[in-house]
Design a protein around this ligand. Structure first.
Ligand code: HEM
Length: 509
């Protein structure tokens, strides 16, 4: 029999040997990974020092875009970081963003696959790799669902829904004057109603279901905004089902699926031929000119694109704009004067008025510069090896573009941290993907196809809110205390709910 002391010694020896073995495997693995980024004697992409196994994860706070911004100030606009075992290229300047999204636009037009988004997605556009299916879906979205003609047909719906939003605020002011309104909730239901009408042509959300819908939309963003075990440690992806986010993702997908099934069923049974997403998509399902065919899963995916990509991003933009206006009363006053100078006080601002409001457009642009709702855009993946700024970037590299950092780039923006809509007045600068210092909607082939819809919605809602009411901070709160901190997630919200007092409702309202 082996004496206990010896047994202990033997297991200690085994343990040390095992540790040495694992450490050597890790070092060899890291060298092999690193080598794929550095063919002999080529310059290496700057990289903050990393720890074994976790890579650079310890340098990340829950607000990834802010941590990446701080690192980029030290390591430069093109960095290589390791989230666990996986290398990511981080782009943090307008020049590097142009190189990735324009000069090598095709190379970086694909999306990487991720454990959570693979579960959550139907056949949608946003997370589809660059392939035939993506081309077909994107074409359907831009030609059939968001064409110039369609966008005009949505104007009336938008005006009616902004009318409902204003009515809700007015009701609150008359019934609970003195109590602050929870603006975020009201804005969220406004966007749900609007998107529901565009997608389905009618209201499909009963009153009690807003909270559920908000939960489902926000859970989607929470989940895609976090790394799951299989994404950071592919060699441990077998643990995904046990400690990963897969179960939560499957649960949320089921909730989406039930909702989409219900809506599609109602359309399939009712009158067809309407001017809404579902009727249009159902009619395209039998269109022989489409190649490949449009599947039911892809119809659900296109619905998800509108719900998941359209609701959260747009209402968060209006929310941030209101926060900045409350914090900056001079800007609020200037905006109100612009709107009231053109639209009679008490009348609703209409879509037709919007083109006359230069300052309003500047306020929305400045909001999107400082608070891009998706600060790291959607991830990209290179489809072939290429050179960026003299560095070799291998095929299959995952890329994050920090639009939040780029909106604060010193060389492009004077006093970047200051909310100053005036910087956009008389300037050609816009968010349509041609000015890489300002890319809240991305750029290139994967640029957001909902830009016009989103900005027209944010402009119309904000113009009416500022025109028809006066807004004040809840009692006991000062402007200095008004917290602009962000909460973590794929789309970035203000940490605190926005609670404001509604004042001076116009008598005709
Ligand atoms: C203020 C509101 C919005 C913001 C800030 C925003 C931002 C973005 C961003 C950053 C991307 C990724 C772009 C890239 O990879 O370069 C994107 C993609 C996308 N957005 Fe938006 N978006 C907004 C509203 C909307 C709306 C209203 C819709 C539709 C109703 C929409 C539909 C989509 C779709 C389908 C994609 C995927 C495009 C692709 O991968 O080809 N978005 N959006």
């Amino acid at each position: 029999m082996v004496p206990p002391q010896e047994l202990h010694f033997t297991s200690m020896q085994n343990l040390s040997l095992l540790s040495i073995y694992l450490f050597s495997v890790f070092i060899l693995y890291s060298i092999a990974k690193r080598k794929s980024f550095s063919k002999s004697r080529e310059k290496l992409i700057p990289s903050p020092p990393k720890l074994p196994f976790i890579g650079n994860l310890h340098q990340m706070s829950s607000l990834y875009h802010q941590s990446l911004y701080s690192l980029s100030l030290k390591y430069g606009p093109l960095m290589l970081l390791h989230f666990g075992e996986v290398p990511w290229l981080i782009v943090s300047s307008s020049d590097m963003a142009r190189a990735v999204m324009r000069t090598h636009g095709l190379t970086f037009a694909s999306r990487p696959s991720a454990a959570v988004s693979e579960i959550l997605r139907f056949g949608d556009i946003a997370f589809e790799p660059y392939n035939e299916d993506w081309r077909m879906l994107r074409k359907i979205f831009t030609i059939h669902l968001m064409s110039a003609k369609k966008l005009i047909s949505y104007e009336k719906i938008r005006e009616e829904e902004v009318g409902n939003l204003i009515e809700k605020i007015r009701n609150h002011a008359s019934l609970s004057s003195g109590n602050p309104i929870e603006l975020r909730k009201v804005l969220f239901s406004f966007m749900i109603d609007l998107i529901c009408r565009v997608v389905s042509g009618k209201f499909i959300i009963e009153k009690g279901r807003y909270a559920i819908m908000r939960e489902v939309v926000e859970e989607n963003f929470r989940l895609v905004g976090r790394f799951s075990i299989g994404d950071v440690f592919p060699s441990f992806s077998w643990l995904e089902g046990i400690i990963g986010l897969s179960r939560k993702a499957s649960r949320n997908k089921k909730r989406w699926d039930l909702f989409f099934e219900e809506v599609i069923q109602a359309h399939a049974e009712g009158n067809k031929g309407g001017d809404n997403f579902v009727d249009i998509l159902l009619s395209l399902k039998n269109d022989s000119s489409l190649n490949p065919d449009l599947s039911m899963n892809q119809i659900k995916g296109l619905m998800l694109d509108a719900f998941a990509a359209g609701i959260d991003t747009t209402y968060v933009t209006i929310d941030w704009a209101m926060c900045e206006l409350i914090k900056n009363p001079v800007i609020m006053k200037k905006l109100r004067e612009e709107v009231r100078g053109i639209v009679k006080h008490g009348d609703m601002v209409t879509t037709e008025n919007l083109n006359k409001f230069g300052y309003l457009k500047a306020v929305i642009k400045e909001t999107l510069r400082l608070h891009p709702p998706i600060p790291l855009l959607l991830p990209r993946e290179s489809m072939e090896e290429c050179k960026i700024n003299g560095f070799t970037v291998p095929k299959g590299t995952k890329v994050l573009i920090n639009a939040w950092a780029i909106g604060r780039e010193e060389k492009s923006w004077e006093a970047p941290e200051v909310f100053m809509p005036e910087r956009f007045l008389g300037s050609q600068l816009d968010y349509k993907g041609n000015y890489f210092q300002f890319i809240p909607f991305g750029a290139g082939r994967r640029i957001c196809p909902g830009i016009v819809f989103a900005t027209a919605t944010a402009e119309l809602a904000l113009a009416n809110m500022v025109h028809l009411f006066d807004w004040e901070l809840a009692i006991g709160m000062t402007r200095e205390e008004f917290n602009m901190s962000e909460s973590p997630g794929f789309s970035v919200h203000r940490k605190d709910e926005l609670e404001l007092l509604v004042k001076n409702v116009h008598p005709s309202y």
